[in-house]
Design a protein around this ligand. Structure first.
Ligand code: MV4
Length: 447
């Protein structure tokens, strides 16, 4: 079992891992930038090392600095959190080569599934439904034209090294296909150093449903049911919930089984999320795998009763999962609102600064995962999320009511946040009826 773990991250996820370490009797080591000297993960960890200056590139992304801290602190393992280096297969490799266990999948599983075209091929090999599309990367304009004609317009051109909405272009018809294709390649080459693209038929107004999976090194693969992440804006998730409203039970079983097949087929270990899009007929299609723990993991923890971060740590230490699939039942309903230091009245523009007064919501069914406090200055250098407000109640209706109560109760003075925006969504008829899709926010709420 590990004696000491370094968390190569900051903010609420660093706190989340520190808490799991504390409960497992494992020492925690924080790394921080000069701008984060006063942050809570530094205060709560057993040890803390400054790894560089404010900009992420000079600190949280500095692999040599993080490895140096791990060596000085003499840790057994490194947890990457999400974002930063979490899906960087090279960092994964360097950790292991330096003698530290990486709390996540193997570098090869991360690399294979991180390549979206390879992941798509693996889905097909595991008989997981994919959107009709090209058989591999598009090698010529002629192939693009013939594949697009076959699957029918509009088609979506996707960068194989992209993800989360980056490197995608819609081609509505043949006239625009070749231009969109060359633009997508150029963009992907510039953004990811890999211009490889593939085609899929465009599924209009899909819901985004993803399945949380955890696999150990003893052949046990469990899903922790699905999450619905359809409330998003420009590929930024805002509200996530579990289970998904209005997903028929047979589809729920099928999508979770497909996710387990995918993870097993990829020889993937530790925590992973298999992402699908679901069309109006409730047909689901594999989109991609996230080879990391995700922001929204708490809603899956609440409905399954599993502590995912502890499970990650135990799996990385070689332990078998402490539960079987048949032990897990999806109970109740969980909703998470991402509280960002952004001003919705100004296009969700980041709004960093000093939090003069802060009161965290509480009461029955409320979980508040946050690193902020009264007197804390939200720095401008990093992601704008300052808290995750999660509620967990027996029914979706009660969860919505508790979330609205908790949002009103939360007090943050000195910066603008997305709290009021969430309250508006939660009382909207479409959301209450579960009739929203991934385009709903931009279509219905944004002027
Ligand atoms: C799609 C799609 C429609 N048709 N693929 C967005 C980012 C990445 N997760 C894949 N995404 C999509 N792939 C086909 N063939 C629509 C999206 C999409 C989307 C998917 C999930 C959640 C939010 C989204 C927002 C816009 C587009």
């Amino acid at each position: 079992m590990f004696q000491k773990i370094l968390i190569a991250n900051r903010g609420e996820i660093a706190l989340r891992v520190i808490r799991a370490c504390r409960e497992l009797g494992i020492k925690s080591v924080a790394v921080y930038s000069e701008a984060d000297a006063d942050s809570m993960h530094v205060a709560l960890a057993d040890e803390a090392y400054c790894v560089g200056s404010a900009r992420s590139a000079d600190s949280y992304l500095k692999i040599d600095q993080i490895i140096a801290a791990a060596e000085v602190a003499d840790v057994d393992a490194i947890h990457p959190g999400y974002g930063f280096l979490a899906e960087n297969a090279h960092f994964n490799e360097v950790c292991r080569a330096s003698g530290f266990e990486f709390i996540g999948p193997s570098p090869s599983a991360m690399e294979k599934l991180g390549d979206k075209n390879t992941a798509r091929s693996m889905a097909i090999a595991s008989e997981v439904p994919v959107v009709p599309g090209s058989d591999g990367l598009i090698e010529s304009d002629e192939i693009a034209t013939s594949v697009a004609k076959e699957i029918g317009y509009p088609v979506l051109i996707k960068a194989t090294a992209g993800g989360g909405g980056k490197g995608m272009r819609v081609a509505p018809d043949e006239e625009t296909l070749l231009t969109a294709l060359s633009q997508a390649r150029t963009e992907a080459e510039a953004a990811f150093g890999n211009g490889g693209v593939y085609l899929e038929k465009y599924v209009g107004n899909p819901r985004h449903i993803e399945v949380q999976v955890i696999a150990d090194h003893h052949g046990n693969v469990c899903h922790l049911f699905e999450r619905d992440c359809s409330v998003q804006r420009r590929h930024q998730k805002l509200i996530e919930e579990a289970p998904s409203p209005n997903l028929p039970e047979d589809q729920r079983v099928a999508i979770c089984d497909a996710a387990v097949r995918m993870i097993r087929g990829a020889a993937y270990t530790n925590s992973g999320t298999v992402k699908f899009i679901v069309d109006e007929n409730n047909d689901f299609y594999f989109i991609e795998v996230n080879a990391r723990i995700q922001v929204e993991h708490p809603v899956s923890e609440m409905v399954s009763g599993v502590d995912l971060i502890k499970s990650q740590i135990l799996v990385a230490a070689g332990e078998p999962l402490s539960f079987k699939q048949e032990d897990l039942v999806c109970t109740g309903h969980a909703i998470e609102c991402r509280i960002n230091a952004e001003d919705p009245s100004k296009g969700f523009r980041p709004n960093p600064g000093m939090i003069k007064k802060f009161f965290a919501p509480g009461g029955i069914g409320v979980r508040f995962d946050s690193h902020v406090y009264g007197g804390y200055s939200v720095p401008p250098y990093y992601d704008s999320m300052i808290a995750k407000l999660i509620v967990y109640r027996p029914t979706r209706e009660e969860a919505i009511s508790t979330m609205r109560r908790a949002l009103k109760e939360m007090q943050v003075e000195g910066i603008e946040t997305t709290a009021a925006f969430h309250d508006m969504v939660l009382q909207h008829k479409d959301f209450i009826e579960g009739q929203h899709d991934t385009k709903w926010v931009e279509r219905e709420l944004m002027d």
